[in-house]
Design a protein around this ligand. Structure first.
Ligand code: HEC
Ligand code: HEC
Length: 489
């Protein structure tokens, strides 16, 4: 652990973009020549990662069996990336899951409330799934060794639909109502059978799934059907993890596209409630670019503490309840390499070029480059919440006592740090976002730039204040120019 080393000190006064590919601002009326958004060219194997045609994005059925074909000998780059892509959509890594009968029951019986593939909760139905499951819910280790279970793959959160209707791999699915989805799977079954009792549960959480409960009340046969579906699980019921009221309430309150992973009923609980917005996975700097840019490592996650993409995936496995021993590094690497090939989609209705050009100049003039001068506008440092002013609960993520070591049996891979701070994220593809700041507390760039008021929410973890660089010292026209600049990449 490097602890808090390097925190906060972004070298004041240096307005020059750092890192590979960044040039300099030519000032004096000339065209701005720096391009923080430029990403290195990459061989993506010809895969379709952005398209209006969902089946094309799923490679027309080629994802099925792609890893088997790769490991059996089809060792060209395209085959390797296809394997990585099939893992992105269809691999659970044996992480903790829910009994498959529950999501299947919900999808089958609640077309209005849940929709095929949980589409009413912002997921995307898998057109190849007979059971109408969503992309992102896939088979995992059976519960108690026998009960068929489903868990998340990367696609549940990191595959989304763009505002123009295209699908894009790596898009943060800010429409995904993760909290409600989980309440439907974990709380609803406890209440919907004739044995259920809403009095022992959090009222807000119950309200979030009330439309489902109302249906069961109106159609008692549904409750009976659910009971029959759940009966075979009785033997595994000792394995149902606790879901205390306080945790239930958080699930009910999270906005779509936001969540906490270290909380019940998930395998680890860090005893601090933090809210994380789903990140985009577009043009993550690879080790070569990290070094050229002067980054200390990959700086992944909102706290910037995860030192490599490989470590990030390993921790997804181990902290999600999977067995890392089953996942030697070489088996994970095709996924890692595939993620490096993802690029942000072009904005097909870009703002006027002259406005974006003025915004680019302002981005340098107004000091944004000081913290957003690295690859794709990311920062090279981790900052304190005192400096940035955004909600500070995340500062205690995985380490509520600020000891410098993870609490609660949480273990990170060698090289990763607990920073207690916040990184400045990459800024590519923001035109497709509907959540801003690390906790998703701000819903538009207009609001981030205070063209629409913000800063009134003070409830811990949900606070929507801070990062006033996008508000103070800028007039409305300058704000619109800066927004145009950001939305044009
Ligand atoms: C249930 C939702 C969900 C699933 C499933 C999920 N992620 Fe994420 N991902 C998130 C959220 C939320 C964040 C932001 C976490 C944070 O830093 O606090 C994130 C952040 C990341 C980041 C950091 C990006 C950056 O620039 O800092 C990477 C890399 C990533 N995820 C990769 C993956 C991969 C690979 C998978 C599949 C193995 C996966 N995620 C599965 C929700 C999810
Ligand atoms: C002192 C460092 C610093 C300066 C200066 C700064 N930023 Fe940031 N920026 C950050 C950090 C750190 C975050 C993440 C804050 C959080 O989510 O809590 C961030 C977040 C953002 C985001 C939100 C991204 C997302 O995914 O939600 C945008 C957009 C942004 N900055 C643009 C700008 C612009 C434009 C300027 C100049 C007017 C600027 N920043 C100045 C550090 C800085």
């Amino acid at each position: 652990m490097m602890g808090a080393a390097g925190l906060g000190a972004c070298s004041a006064g240096s307005a020059e973009p750092a890192g590979a590919g960044a040039g300099e601002s030519s000032g004096a009326g000339g065209k701005v020549s720096f391009d923080i958004f430029r990403a290195p060219a990459v061989d993506d194997g010809g895969l379709v990662n952005i398209s209006g045609d969902l089946l094309a994005v799923l490679e027309g059925g080629e994802l099925a069996g792609a890893c088997e074909r790769y490991w059996k000998g089809a060792k060209d780059r395209r085959s390797r990336l296809l394997c990585g892509k099939s893992m992105f959509f269809y691999e659970s890594f044996g992480t903790a899951g829910v009994p498959a009968v529950i999501p299947k029951f919900l999808v089958e019986n609640f077309p209005e409330e849940i929709g095929p593939g949980f589409s009413k909760l912002g997921m995307i139905a898998d057109p190849t799934s007979k059971a109408k499951l969503p992309l992102g819910m896939v088979p995992t280790t059976p519960l108690g060794g026998t009960v068929e279970a489903l868990a998340f793959s990367c696609a549940s959160c990191h595959f989304g639909r763009l505002p123009d209707g295209r699908y894009a791999v790596g898009a943060p699915n800010h429409a995904y109502q993760y909290g409600k989805h989980n309440l439907a799977m974990a709380l609803f079954p406890m209440l919907a059978t004739p044995l259920g009792n809403a009095k022992d549960q959090d009222p807000e959480a119950v309200a979030a799934i009330q439309p489902l409960l109302d249906r069961v009340k109106a159609e008692p046969a549904l409750g009976q059907k659910l009971l029959m579906a759940l009966l075979p699980l009785a033997g595994a019921s000792g394995q149902v993890p606790p879901f205390p009221k306080e945790a239930q309430r958080h699930y009910a309150r999270w906005k779509s596209g936001t969540m906490d992973f270290f909380i019940e009923p998930l395998p680890f609980n860090d005893r601090v409630h933090t809210v994380s917005k789903i990140s985009a996975l577009w043009a993550i700097p690879d080790p070569e670019e990290q070094t050229a840019a002067g980054m200390r490592h990959a700086m992944l996650g909102w706290t910037g503490g995860t030192s490599s993409l490989l470590n990030f995936v390993k921790e997804f496995v181990s902290l999600g309840g999977g067995k890392l021993a089953d996942w030697p590094e070489e088996r994970i690497l095709p996924l890692v390499e595939y993620i490096y090939t993802l690029r942000s989609p072009d904005n097909l209705s870009p703002p006027p070029a002259d406005q974006a050009e003025r915004g680019a100049a302002l981005f340098a003039e107004k000091g944004c480059l000081r913290c957003h001068g690295g690859p794709r506008g990311s920062g090279l440092d981790v900052y304190t919440y005192d400096e940035i002013g955004t909600d500070r609960e995340m500062g205690r993520w995985s380490d509520p006592e600020l000891s410098g070591e993870p609490c609660c049996n949480i273990t990170f891979e060698p090289g990763d740090e607990i920073t207690h701070g916040i990184k400045s994220p990459r800024l590519n593809g923001l035109w497709a976002f509907s959540r801003f700041l690390h906790n998703g507390s701000v819903d538009s760039l207009e609001s981030l730039f205070c063209l629409v008021p913000r800063g009134s929410i003070s409830e811990p973890a949900y606070g929507d204040g801070g990062h006033w660089y996008t508000c103070d010292g800028l007039d409305d026209e300058q704000k619109r120019d800066l927004i145009a600049f950001l939305r044009s990449h």
